[in-house]
Structure formats: C-alpha cells, structure tokens
Write a protein that binds this ligand. Structure first.
Ligand code: CU
Length: 168
C-alpha cells in the first residue's frame, strides 16, 4: 500500500515535471520573430483607409511567413505589395510575406505594406493602434503601434535609412 502511494506520487511528479518542461520549450520559441520601427499612417481626412509599415526580423533557423493581421481599428487588414505596371504604381494583395531564417524584411512606402480598410476612427498622431500579426509558426505578435503624421513618417524613414547605411 505504501509502495503504491509512493508510486503515484512519482507519477504525479513526472507529469508535473514534464508539463513545466513543455511550457519552458514553448516559451522559448515565442521570441523567434522581432518587429521593429512599426507605425501606422495618419488617415487622410475623408477616406477610410490607412497603411502600416515595419521591419520584421526572423531570428529562427527556419523560414517563417506572416499570414494575417488583425487590428482594433479595422475589420480588414490586408498584406499588399506595390508594383510598377506599365509605368503605373499598382497595389497587389499578397497571401503572405515570407521572412527567411536569420533575415529581415522591411515594409515601407512604395513596397510591401499592410493596408487597413474601413477605419472609422480618426487616426491622429500621438494615438496608438493595436496590431496582431499571425505567423506560420503559430507565433502571435501583438503591437501597440504609433500613428505618424506625414512629417513624422519622413523623419522615421530617414533615421532608419541612416541607421542602415552605417552598416556599410
Ligand atoms: Cu495597399
């Protein structure tokens, strides 16, 4: 009888230990994706769309894709790419953005961007917008993203370009 009790205690311990180990592993995988320099453009008065830009870094050893984005200010956020078609700037909807292992993808004006539709709120600078990015490795990244006026946007892109030229 006493042996039985000890045995079940051992089983319980094994279960608890295994459970906390599994937890530790899943916590470790949470930081594969890093998002930096994210902002949402202030809405042009009279329209209901806006766009968002950021840099996505994949610190992991395998390729990860951004699959979808949701926001507290828009019922529909799409992944878009600007392309030149017959000398005209066109937007194309993408199903995902792939970020290869140890690489960084930059969403920027005239390139990849997120498009926010049916934005009802006024988007003023100083305000923050919540964006949740869902990745193919089941990672969810929730961000509080600042709204930038055109002047702030210009300044932000200038600093990040300068930062990158320092690497050369
Ligand atoms: Cu677009």
């Amino acid at each position: 009888m006493k042996n039985n009790y000890l045995f079940s205690l051992l089983l319980l311990c094994n279960f608890v230990c295994f459970y906390s180990m599994a937890n530790a592993i899943s916590e470790k995988t949470i930081s594969t994706i890093m998002v930096e320099n994210a902002y949402v453009r202030a809405k042009i008065p009279g329209t209901s769309i806006s766009s968002s830009y950021m840099e996505i870094e994949n610190k992991g050893d395998s390729s990860v894709s951004l699959l979808s984005v949701s926001s507290n200010i828009s019922p529909r956020v799409e992944i878009h790419q600007h392309t030149m078609l017959d000398g005209m700037m066109r937007m194309r909807k993408l199903d995902f953005i792939e970020v290869k292992a140890k690489e960084r993808v930059k969403l920027q004006p005239s390139g990849l961007h997120l498009m926010l539709f049916d934005v009802k709120n006024d988007l003023n600078a100083q305000q923050h917008v919540e964006l949740t990015l869902k990745f193919s490795n089941n990672e969810l990244v929730t961000l509080q993203v600042p709204v930038y006026s055109p002047t702030q946007e210009k300044a932000a892109n200038k600093t990040s370009d300068e930062m990158h030229t320092h690497h050369h």
